[in-house]
Design a binder for this molecule. Structure first.
Ligand SMILES: Nc1nc2c(ncn2[C@@H]2O[C@H](COP(=O)(O)OP(=O)(O)OP(=O)(O)O)[C@@H](O)[C@H]2O)c(=O)[nH]1
Ligand SMILES: [Mg+2]
Length: 340
């Protein structure tokens, strides 16, 4: 184990590959290594790239990776595909789009698909980010398809979040629905070679104006937690606020990429100069702990409770002998008894 940890800390690509496989397989072998690596993490800048399917996320990731490589930075890429475990096609497509990067040992690409729960995917994605971080990757690009709360959760891991839109298709409306506009640090209208790009840009700018820019620099409270995550205090009116820029890109022609890299850099400098790094990290840790705790508690509960017992409780609810809340109380009481 020490050998693997040392190899990884020295940036061995084989060690990275092996550990990422354990992480995505949720293999128990990964845990002690992640524990050993943790003190060596926290150095990379994590950039989340999200948006509706087909908006050009992978193409932009490809462009960004090349730009950061030109700065001599090491780039890790995680493509999260929560839609299905059968992602052969999508991954193959990404490989083709990212083929410019193949053969460069300064870039490491890995796809992560869900095996069980989406909560599991958020956890394995965080672990994968830490593996790359400990291995010395400076920039970690995490691509997720922005379709709902679970993807938003994954994106919350990032230090800078890019939301990618494309002209037409009413994408801006979709973004609002999925709640992803609120998490954008930089908005990108890709496929600017297509008609309607300017219209999409102005629509997005208008929506940003209507929104509440004061709350944008910090993450909003997380839904569905066991415990309430405190909403960050609204900054005083004289404090500088981050207003997400709206940029146009043509990923297929590598147009607008330099401006995008510069916007990301400005956001990073803003976070750091305003002393927001530490509070934002605390908030990410809080969210992660809640998620892990919830998963662990449910796991514990399921281990101490037999399926027959649960079946029986379900029957009682169906027969109107027990209401659902009392059923939960009953299962919890049974669990308490089993573990004591
Ligand atoms: N015209 C045009 N096409 C683009 C541009 N960027 C990407 N595309 C094309 O759009 C298609 C989808 O691009 P991807 O980069 O795979 O998009 P994605 O958002 O990663 O897609 P998913 O991961 O499947 O959600 C590909 O055929 C790209 O070549 C662009 O700026 N202009
Ligand atoms: Mg993609």
């Amino acid at each position: 184990m020490d050998d693997l940890v040392n190899a990884l800390l020295n940036g061995s690509r084989r060690a990275v590959a092996r550990l990422l496989t354990w992480v995505s397989d949720e293999s128990p072998q990964a845990s002690p290594i992640l524990t050993a690596l943790f003190p060596h993490t926290g150095k990379a800048w994590v950039i989340g790239i999200t948006g509706a399917p087909g908006t050009g996320k992978s193409s932009l990731v490809n462009c960004l990776a090349k730009a950061y490589r030109a700065q001599n930075l090491l780039v890790g890429i995680i493509a999260v595909d929560p839609t299905s475990p059968f992602t052969g096609g999508a991954i193959l497509g990404d490989r083709i789009r990212m083929r410019d990067l193949s053969g460069d040992s300064g870039v490491f690409i890995r796809s992560m698909a869900t095996r069980g729960s989406l909560g599991g995917l958020a956890r394995t994605t965080r672990d994968a980010i830490r593996v790359l971080d400990a291995a010395g990757f400076d920039i970690i690009l995490v691509e997720t398809v922005g379709a709902g709360q679970s993807e938003v959760d994954i994106v919350r891991t990032a230090h800078t979040t890019l939301v990618i839109e494309a002209p037409g298709l009413g994408d801006e409306v979709q973004a609002i629905k999925a709640g992803i506009l609120e998490i954008a640090d930089v908005l990108v209208v890709n496929k600017a070679d297509r008609p309607g790009a300017h219209k999409t840009v102005s629509a997005l700018r208008m929506m940003l104006d209507i929104g509440h820019p004061a709350s944008r620099t910090q993450m909003t409270a997380h839904h569905g937690q066991l415990l309430e995550v405190k909403t960050p205090e609204t900054p005083h009116s004289d404090e500088p606020i981050w207003i997400p820029p709206v940029l146009e890109t043509i990923a297929t022609d590598e147009k607008g990429v330099a401006e995008l890299v510069s916007a990301i850099q400005k956001h990073r400098e803003f976070i750091q100069s305003q002393g927001l790094s530490a509070p934002l990290e605390r908030q990410r840790i809080e969210i992660e702990l809640h998620e892990r705790l919830r998963e662990a508690l449910i796991q514990q509960l399921l281990e101490s409770t037999s399926p027959e017992y649960v079946m029986d409780v379900i029957n009682q609810v169906q027969n109107r002998q027990l209401d659902p809340q009392s059923a939960v109380t009953k299962i919890l009481a049974n669990h308490k008894q089993m573990v004591s």
